[in-house]
Design a protein around this ligand. Structure first.
Ligand code: ADP
Length: 263
């Protein structure tokens, strides 16, 4: 029956014997699709009224008004920006899930991307942060440019935001026989072991209040996870509470492109 969806697992259970298990997951698949469409439609519908609110708030903020309105107007304006960021991230997630980045693989010039990210990171960082970028200037990747940029930027901006007292933030892009590697290490808050497996869930936060005030959407690592899956990679986290964290991912050698140093 071609309208059903199956999950196929092959299990090796004895020398040269394989067991093929097909599970009918049609209902699960349809439910996931309904959820995806609902989130995408709801996010899309919320965007227009929010744009109107945002526009009027900006107008009111910039028009002559009594001084005691300054703070409330500034707060409302900031909150509409936050809602906008959440809606945009929800739309990004649904479009990744709907496979809309199965387009042509591109040659991603990671070294020059890192230069831009370094500039963006310096704008986010506080004077107490010490940014270190160690980048292999010849190492590019087969992948999807904009989604990968958002993966790297999400991890770098988290490292900055969750190191409130500063410290070194080290970004590395290097290769060895296992492929290309990206890592971000910080000396910040760290994450307790029980939270680590859940970090890539939507809206999962270790400390809800802190995350809200630091301006995240709660969707960053969910986006990272999905984009990495599209690159056959996954996020790894090692962290010590109170000492800092390293977020890391690897790309298979088949994805590596070496740029000519002399060009
Ligand atoms: P948020 O917008 O809340 O930052 P993310 O999906 O990017 O959402 O991250 C989820 C949670 O993972 C964060 O709320 C935070 O608790 C934790 N986290 C992410 N990066 C770090 C880090 N570098 N150090 C400590 N905790 C982190």
């Amino acid at each position: 029956d071609q309208s059903r969806v199956f999950e196929i697992k092959i299990i090796e259970y004895f020398e040269n014997h394989k067991l093929l298990i097909a599970t009918d997951i049609t209902e699960l698949y349809q439910l996931a699709q309904i959820r995806r469409d609902f989130v995408a439609n709801a996010s899309h519908e919320l965007r227009t009224p929010l744009t109107v609110l945002h526009g009027y708030l900006e107008l009111m903020r910039d028009m002559p008004h009594e001084g005691h309105w300054d703070t409330p107007l500034e707060h409302m304006h900031n909150q509409t920006l936050r809602m906008r960021a959440i809606i945009d991230d929800l739309l990004t997630l649904s479009s990744i899930e709907a496979d809309s980045i199965t387009a042509e693989l591109e040659e991603v010039d990671v070294p020059s991307m890192m230069q831009h990210l370094h500039i963006e990171a310096a704008q986010l960082a506080k004077p107490e942060h010490h940014l270190v970028f160690e980048v292999d200037a010849c190492l590019a990747l087969k992948g999807f440019t904009e989604p990968l940029k958002s993966v790297f930027m999400n991890l770098i901006s988290n490292a900055i935001r969750y190191s409130p007292d500063g410290g070194e933030i080290k970004v590395r892009w290097y290769q060895d026989e296992q492929g290309a590697h990206f890592s971000v290490s910080d000396q910040g808050l760290g994450v307790a072991p029980e939270h680590i497996p859940r970090l890539t869930e939507r809206f999962y936060r270790v400390n809800k209040d802190r995350s809200r005030t630091t301006g995240g959407t709660g969707l960053g690592l969910a986006i990272v996870k999905h984009v990495l899956e599209k690159h056959d990679s996954h996020l790894q986290v090692s962290s010590v509470l109170g000492k800092g964290s390293t977020f890391y991912c690897r790309f298979a050698p088949a994805r590596v492109i070496l740029l000519n140093d002399f060009e």
